[in-house]
Design a binder for this molecule. Structure first.
Ligand SMILES: Nc1ncnc2c1ncn2[C@@H]1O[C@H](COP(=O)(O)OP(=O)(O)OP(=O)(O)O)[C@@H](O)[C@H]1O
Ligand SMILES: [Mg+2]
Length: 499
């Protein structure tokens, strides 16, 4: 049985669909795909499963020897395990072909063979145990096989040694870090430093982005990491934050000094206080100043107050802004819902204007939503890049389904959509049609303070626990006091031990 195996890694130069197709076209009865490059390590559970169930005589085919393990020791370990188990190994990129033990060596296809028959015959003539390979011959074998000039089978024939000897030689060579790197294609080496989350070119930061995913899946966190990259490049940024979770952008993580100068307008960590009537003024300020800022509207209370502020803010901002500005709308469906109330039509129009026609005025809109099905489709459809974190609802997955068209074949698209509910916090699929990217990635740690953490009891030592007893009269007095004047002092004493 011929089994294809490849690793679907973030940054792989060759897309998963192409690797799968190449293996299928090479005659694999079955293709097994491994996820790798995520923060959970590089354990290759699928490969372990394969090793457990394959039988001597089976052959594993990989697009590239790197598919077997990112580190050289791992690669060597797997090559040896396959060889010892009598399982053959073929690589498409290196024309590597170590046949399974049960296969007759003579039946192995020898592609690209260039060795002379004379060299074969001088060894064959000796009979018995084949002579040891000289250092020059060993180098010739390694260089020939890894460069793809000759197959392992061809070199085994040429030097009259067993294919297992060739694999051992190759494995030993690859395990030696002092050995000069053979010239070979770089499939799997694609997580480059000049790429964002390993897969996107830096220019992707200048594109319109939508980040979708369920609550707590890591949307805000991922957007913060990307916005840090924008600020590191000196970009102007304005984040509209209806939940009060972005103020940490103005602080350093773990008590470190703030890495970026970010002004916080409004909210409980305000540098500058904000009221619902200041929308137009703030729009003019943000549109004309070279600054990064968070506009925290979480304290505005009513939906009408929020909409009134945002309508005036976006109108003034659109009117005066002329320089590049990243405008991040967290919970974007609040401002551009698919089902808009009459008093929200004006705001929807403003947001749509910025997203559709704002490019010439410098706008780079980034939209974040838990519910892509609820965000207005004319707004969502304008995004150049879509990032989907964990997504469970079928309507929301359907809303992003069309993004996959043109990026993957139908079967793969369906498979990706079906797998979205299983994504872990901080993991997402990135679709960037313009850059030809469709990849699963893990978003890295941010430099600024993580101010959107889910509160945990054990993380708040000293925080009040449950009331020791239910003191109904005291609760009644506290409620009456709060109802009368909104004073929180009335709650004092509720946690006092009973006398
Ligand atoms: N890539 C990541 N690495 C480490 N921690 C993460 C990552 N993504 C998310 N987290 C953790 O999960 C928390 C919640 O993530 P985040 O605030 O981004 O969720 P969200 O998708 O925006 O949710 P909501 O829709 O409720 O706003 C973060 O504050 C952070 O502590
Ligand atoms: Mg969020």
């Amino acid at each position: 049985m011929l089994i294809g195996y490849f690793r679907n890694c973030p940054g792989c130069e060759v897309p998963a669909a192409a690797q799968r197709r190449a293996l299928a076209e090479a005659g694999c009865d079955q293709v097994v795909e491994e996820w790798s490059g995520l923060e959970h390590g590089d354990e290759q559970p699928e490969l372990h499963g394969l090793l457990a169930r394959l039988l001597p005589g089976d052959v594993v085919m990989v697009p590239h020897l790197d598919s077997l393990g990112r580190s050289l020791p791992k690669l060597v370990q797997y090559v040896q395990r396959l060889t010892e188990a009598g399982i053959g190994l073929r690589s498409l990129a290196e024309a590597f072909d170590a046949p399974a033990r049960l296969r007759a060596v003579e039946t192995v296809a020898v592609a690209g063979q260039g060795g002379s028959q004379g060299a074969d015959s001088h060894r064959r003539g000796a009979g018995g145990r084949p002579p040891k390979l000289s250092p020059d011959e060993q180098s010739d074998i390694v260089e020939s096989v890894l460069s793809g000039r000759h197959t392992a089978a061809a070199m085994a024939k040429h030097y009259q040694v067993s294919p297992a000897t060739i694999s051992r030689l190759l494995a030993a060579q690859l395990a030696d870090p002092a050995a000069p790197a053979p010239s070979r294609p770089a499939i799997g080496d694609g997580v480059a430093a000049d790429r964002i989350v390993g897969v996107l070119p830096l220019s992707a930061l200048e594109e319109r982005l939508a980040i979708v995913g369920t609550s707590g899946s890591g949307k805000t966190y991922a957007a913060k990491g990307l916005i840090e990259r924008v600020m590191a490049g000196g970009g102007r940024v304005c984040v509209v934050d209806p939940l009060g979770v972005w103020w940490g952008l103005a602080r350093g993580a773990d008590g470190a000094p703030p890495p970026f100068p970010v002004a916080v307008f409004g909210g409980t960590h305000a540098d500058v206080l904000l009221s619902p009537g200041m929308g137009a003024a703030l729009g003019r300020l943000v549109g004309t100043q070279p600054m990064a800022c968070v506009v925290d509207v979480s304290g505005f209370g009513s939906a009408a107050a929020l909409r009134g502020f945002m309508t005036a803010f976006t109108e003034a901002l659109y009117a005066v802004n002329t320089e590049p500005l990243h405008l991040v709308l967290d919970e974007a469906d609040l401002w551009a819902p698919q089902r808009t109330q009459p008093d929200g039509l004006d705001l929807l129009g403003r947001v749509e204007e910025i997203v559709r026609r704002g490019r010439v005025r410098g706008f780079v809109p980034w939209l974040i939503t838990q519910r892509p099905a609820v965000l207005h489709k004319d707004v969502l459809s304008q995004a150049d890049i879509l990032v989907s974190m964990k997504l469970t609802s079928s309507q929301d997955r359907a809303a992003i389904g069309r993004w996959i068209e043109g990026q993957a074949d139908r079967t793969e698209g369906r498979r990706i959509l079906a797998a979205l509910p299983q994504l872990r916090r901080g993991e997402g699929w990135v679709w960037a049609p313009g850059d030809g990217v469709l990849a699963r990635v893990a978003f890295p740690r941010i430099l600024t303070l993580d101010s959107s953490q889910t509160p945990r009891r054990e993380a708040r030592p000293g925080a009040a626990g449950l009331l020791a007893t239910v003191d109904a009269p005291a609760l009644g007095r506290a409620l009456a006091g709060l109802a009368a004047d909104g004073s929180e002092e009335q709650t004092e004493g509720l946690n006092d031990p009973p006398v």
